[in-house]
Design a protein around this ligand. Structure first.
Ligand code: PGA
Length: 265
């Protein structure tokens, strides 16, 4: 039985003061949660959030990292820097970070939701840098609307899963948290139907099995992400292949995020 893992991706929202207010409300609401809870605040609030959650059941995660340890990489944050702030987790390959705004690529249909140029190659470098520093990566995979409409959902998701895991040992792979996030469901209010979300999480699990065998595949945690809300969380989290949720918008509201955390079966 895999423990449910609920992660809140705050994206580029909030100040230290608003983070403090949000957590002040959230912490008592989830004090008895059976799920593992992670919050991923914006980088400027990581230290503040880390201090506030130090003695709680909430763990800290970054939203992205760069794969080099240090150097002339303007604007970037390394795994070591995230560790220094108390992070245990880091999101890699979020769809908002994949692709590049305005630059069409043959295998990626750019939308205004893709900005920072991540490719399967850089996602893999980031994932390996996280693992090498004992940060647990949350590897996001998911198809765009165009890819779904073309019938390519399973091949895109399997390919992103495998590419993300390139040169990763089975020992490390078992630590990775996967997040199936259909791009068309992120921030749109359009949730993927629970049976379909479960099915595609199964595609991720099969891709892991092809690389490492069924024991690793059965052990890894696979979240669903994309418009998870209190009113759909119970149904999604009850599905056999869905081991948690990666929550964007609803993680900014203490009552909503707590309801999702407490929806864990
Ligand atoms: P959303 O975002 O819950 O606002 O759809 C999910 C995500 O981007 O991780």
């Amino acid at each position: 039985m895999r423990q449910t893992i609920i992660a809140g991706n705050w994206k580029m929202n909030g100040t230290r003061a608003s983070a403090e207010a949000l957590l002040g409300e959230l912490i008592p609401l989830i004090a008895n949660a059976s799920a593992k809870v992670i919050v991923c605040p914006t980088s400027t609030a990581l230290e503040t959030v880390g201090d506030i959650i130090a003695d709680t059941n909430i763990a800290l995660g970054g939203q992205d990292l760069f794969w080099k340890a240090k150097g002339a990489y303007t604007g970037q944050i390394s795994a070591g820097m995230l560790l220094d702030l108390g992070c245990e987790y880091v999101i890699v390959g979020h769809s908002e970070c994949r692709g590049r705004f305005g630059v069409p690529e043959p295998d990626f249909t750019p939308t205004i939701l893709a900005y920072f140029g991540d490719s399967d190659t850089t996602v893999n470098l980031k994932l390996r840098a996280a693992l090498a520093n004992n940060l647990i990566p949350i590897l996001c995979v998911g198809e765009t609307l165009q890819e779904r409409q073309a019938g390519n959902t399973d091949s895109v998701v399997a390919a992103q899963t495998k590419a993300g895991l390139a040169e990763v040992s089975a020992e490390d792979a078992v630590e990775v948290i996967f997040a199936y996030e259909p791009v068309w469901a992120i921030g749109t209010g359009e949730v993927c139907a629970s049976d379909e979300a479960d099915r595609v999480c199964g595609v991720v699990r099969s891709a892991v099995a092809e690389l490492y065998g069924s024991e690793v595949a059965e052990a890894v945690h696979i979240q669903y992400g994309g418009s998870v809300k209190p009113d759909n969380a119970i149904e999604l989290l009850a599905k056999p292949n869905i081991d948690g949720a990666l929550v964007g918008g609803a993680s900014l509201k203490a009552q909503d995020f707590a309801a999702i955390v407490n929806a864990a079966p």
